[in-house]
Write a protein that binds this ligand. Structure first.
Ligand SMILES: Nc1nc2c(ncn2[C@@H]2O[C@H](COP(=O)(O)OP(=O)(O)O)[C@@H](O)[C@H]2O)c(=O)[nH]1
Ligand SMILES: [Mg+2]
Length: 209
């Protein structure tokens, strides 16, 4: 039997990848596979499978995934992710790049202050995945933690910084299916299940395409 098509869920640790995965699986108490952990030197990739789910889910660490890890370790993990995507990109029908809204300001400021020659890691990751033509949705998670005005301010900062890095961001609501120039994002809360319906819908759309 052919394995089911795979949904990629990628992002730094603690952004909410496992929480989102749990929301997608019909009966989360039974879901198999602890995912995306990187205890050793290789990525341990165990897809989440469920008989009532028409796809499987692979959860991968993002670039710069730990706050306290060494530079060397980060480079190592990054290399592993790059190799994995280079090898397996054709298996992925859709990718969710998960970002913690509370980390955006820091990441953008850090880039502005220290490192103008490079681009923020989130954008580097998005650009990298785009090269492999995996359709992507950027999930801006944990919006329940901010007021509406702070949320909008940060999303504007995020979109403006993306633009400077050569990436066009547009909200999923304004994104035309199949538009390969603009990158859709979805404001999300795994805690409150905000926009879970929209997420399921867009996954379905890519699945049956
Ligand atoms: N407030 C809030 N907390 C969240 C949300 N999503 C995840 N969390 C919490 O963030 C922590 C990390 O979540 P987890 O799914 O394990 O992140 P992962 O490391 O990316 O898999 C957990 O304590 C979650 O309960 C969210 O939308 N809002
Ligand atoms: Mg996790």
């Amino acid at each position: 039997m052919n394995p089911k098509p795979t949904l990629l869920v990628i992002g730094n640790s603690n952004v909410g990848k496992s929480s989102i995965t749990r929301l997608l699986v019909p009966n989360p108490r039974k879901f198999k596979g602890k995912i995306g952990k990187t205890p050793g030197s290789t990525l341990l990739i165990k897809p989440v499978i469920h008989r009532n789910l028409p796809y499987q889910i692979v959860d991968l660490p993002g670039f710069g995934y730990m706050t306290h890890s060494s530079r060397r370790r980060e480079e190592h993990v990054k290399k592993q992710i790059v190799l994995h995507i280079e090898k397996n990109h054709a298996d992925y029908f859709f990718g969710l790049v998960v970002i913690n809204i509370l980390r955006i300001e820091d990441e953008m400021n850090k880039y502005l202050i220290e490192n103008k020659k490079t681009i923020p890691l989130s954008f580097e990751l998005i650009s990298f995945l785009r090269e492999f033509k995996i359709p992507l949705l950027i999930i801006i998670n944990k919006i329940d933690k901010l007021s509406n005005s702070d949320k909008n301010k940060i999303i504007t900062l995020f979109a403006d910084s993306a633009k400077q890095s050569g990436l066009n961001l547009v909200s999923l609501e304004n994104h035309k299916f199949g538009d390969k120039i603009n990158n859709p994002y979805l404001e999300f809360s795994a805690l409150k299940k905000t926009n879970l319906g929209k997420l399921n819908q867009i996954i379905q759309k890519h699945l049956i395409k």
